[in-house]
Design a protein around this ligand. Structure first.
Ligand SMILES: [Zn+2]
Length: 311
């Protein structure tokens, strides 16, 4: 994926509190508490919609009954919808706290990115959103959220969506005195996980607030990190679906590595002994019991467990 390096950043500007540039449309939301106090906005809050499409999320954010709004929504094809002028307060942050201030709506611009959010592993290599859409593993990042205890699965953002969000933040920063860019997960950590680990929030902060475009270019997603993410998902699927086994042979050798050429660290594990599977490589599995070592999977019975998300 070279698009982040190759394509020049789109140029946006703010003119009379309205964003100008290509592929930007407007749909006014009634959900505002009026103008910012002077000195605001000084913060940008990044969100995911956890929705099925840009249009469905914009419908919610512009519906008077929903009680929510944001200044901008960024689609997966890069289209941007502005829903409030940037001198008006939107309702995106909710109960929130950051660096001594609460109620971040009164200080911040809210940007929503069209993204399905956190997904459930279905155990067959695919993943499901809360609204029932199925995603293939190439659309999913496996990562542990800073606010969560265990591994989760996250719908990836598109490159054009990230790049145009970056340009939008740059335009906001050059027009307003923006000092802070945060994720919703950082200002409401007990109840929010957006934009989540699939969004390069730290790189965006560096690129916008420190004009660190070097960081942006060199650490952009490349084929290596894509492959690592893919491998991680494979490992997670193995571990999520089949994590436990018992010994089926009467006596099983445990080795230091995944081949008979490795020395044994245990001669003769007994039949029925329960092993936790840590990793698999070919027909070998790395297991833990009182020790950690490799066994040939021909001599164990794997016990299928449900994925950690299904009850
Ligand atoms: Zn949010």
């Amino acid at each position: 994926m070279n698009t982040l390096h190759a394509s020049p950043l789109p140029i946006f500007s703010i003119d009379d509190h309205i964003l100008t540039g290509d592929n930007i449309t407007f749909r006014l939301s009634p959900n505002t508490s009026g103008r910012f106090q002077s000195g605001s906005p000084d913060t940008i809050v990044i969100h995911f919609t956890a929705g099925s499409s840009l249009s469905s999320s914009v419908n919610v954010l512009t519906n008077a009954d929903s009680g929510v709004s944001a200044h901008f929504a960024v689609g997966r094809n890069g289209d941007i919808v502005q829903m409030l002028p940037t001198n008006k307060i939107a309702w995106h942050a909710g109960e929130s706290y950051y660096e001594g201030r609460s109620g971040l709506n009164q200080y911040s611009i809210g940007i929503e990115l069209d993204n399905a959010g956190q997904l459930k592993a279905r155990g067959d290599g695919t993943f499901e959103s809360w609204f029932g859409e199925i995603f293939g593993e190439n659309e999913v990042l496996a990562a542990q959220h800073i606010n969560q205890q265990s591994m989760g699965y996250w719908h990836k953002y598109t490159d054009v969506q990230i790049v145009r969000t970056l340009s939008l933040c740059k335009a906001l920063c050059s027009h307003y005195n923006i000092s802070t860019i945060v994720g919703h997960e950082e200002i409401a950590p007990s109840r929010k996980v957006d934009p989540g680990p699939a969004f390069p929030l730290q790189r965006l902060k560096a690129a916008v607030l420190q004009s660190d475009s070097e960081t942006w270019a060199t650490e952009s997603s490349d084929s290596n990190s894509q492959r690592e993410a893919h491998d991680q998902i494979q490992r997670d699927l193995d571990s999520a679906v089949k994590r436990v086994a018992n010994v089926s042979a009467n006596s099983l050798n445990v080795r230091r590595g995944p081949d008979v050429s490795f020395p044994t660290i245990e001669n003769g594990l007994h039949k029925g002994e329960v092993l936790k599977i840590l990793e698999k490589r070919g027909e070998w599995a790395k297991v833990s019991y009182t020790k950690v070592g490799w066994v040939n999977t021909k001599y164990i019975n794997e016990i299928t467990e449900k994925s950690p998300f299904k009850s």
